[in-house]
Design a protein around this ligand. Sequence first.
Ligand code: ATP
Ligand code: MG
Length: 381
Amino acid sequence: MIISRLILKNWKNFKDVDVELQDRVFIVGANASGKSNFLDVFRFLRDIAKPGGGLQKAVNDRGGISKIRSLAARKYPDVEIEVHLSEFGSREILWKYAISIKQETRGFRLPLITFEKVWKGQKLILERPDEEDVKDTARRTQTYLEQINTNKEFREISRFFDNTLYLHLVPQLLKYPHAFTGPDLQDDPFGKGFLERVAKVNEKTRNAWLSRIQHALKLAVPQLSELKFTTDKGYPHLEAIYEHWRPGAGKQKEDQFSDGTLRMIGLFWSLQEGDSLLLLEEPELSLNGSIVSKLAPLIYKLQKPRKRQVIISSHSSDLLNDRGISLSEVIVLEPASEGTKASVSANIEDVKQMLSAGMTPGSAILPRVKPRNIQQLTMEF
Ligand SMILES: Nc1ncnc2c1ncn2[C@@H]1O[C@H](COP(=O)(O)OP(=O)(O)OP(=O)(O)O)[C@@H](O)[C@H]1O
Ligand SMILES: [Mg+2]
């Protein structure tokens, strides 16, 4: 399944969003335009749906309703999220899920749902608040999505959200996990526990995935000849051998890998892991431009047989210059006084014209999202 349309009201820096999403989506925008906030909608739905999660935790983990609700919105409006779900490669609506949240005005000031709706196809199969919710407001602190005894009719959606995977691998966290103490973040978005994740996969699958990664790394990392999984005193490790080393020279462990090598390993691993929604945060970081320019077709090749939607935030012209990218796949974020505007680039006339005049998607779109006065940076700093 994929998320084929997203409608938002008052979500963080977005006041109003209504965009169609394709099987592969690129989110582009200047710094602080809301790319990560856009991806966070899907992580929020996952956090509600996952076992041990729920609405209260999902909101609290983000600092409460006041942090989620758009500051551009007037007074205290509700935060609304609606998603439409379709089969990969199709626009036909299989499911729709919509939720609206506000904060209790009195008492514990807990997040409450003001409505929760589910449609199977076009048929409305859940509409809250229902009679019970009216009698007992406490029920509105939980969604039906998060409860096994209430989501029976639409558990498929709940599972889909729960399986969402987000990757923004920070090499230093992976290299030196013990230097970063404190409670681990749920779902490990920054890859601190990446090696444990690799260790958990059964040996046959792990070897198959690592062998594909090794193949890719041999093309991308000069002289890397072997990549292996090992354990040392019970701890999982990755090990690499380089061609230029003298025979018998030792192997390198992950704490000596380059940042780009680790980010590529994390990226290639995630592309093989699972078949639900994958969110990739700026996959271009630390990578050579020639590799970045191959990411869009590579992601396409790997997602298609898995029928898996991938949503990618990016600043990179190398990534977006691939002519295989369709304008309907690119969402452009443009900050404005009334919150950030999100548009599908195929609906932007200038961009369409530039593309038909022979420009690449990146060169037609990226100039739109550069900060307006950036030329002055060197003069005025
Ligand atoms: N509740 C809110 N209302 C309005 N704006 C908000 C809210 N919460 C966060 N923001 C704004 O969103 C912006 C951050 O957005 P985000 O981190 O998604 O940007 P980004 O496009 O991912 O940037 P970068 O490219 O630097 O990673 C900040 O400027 C922040 O002030
Ligand atoms: Mg960001």
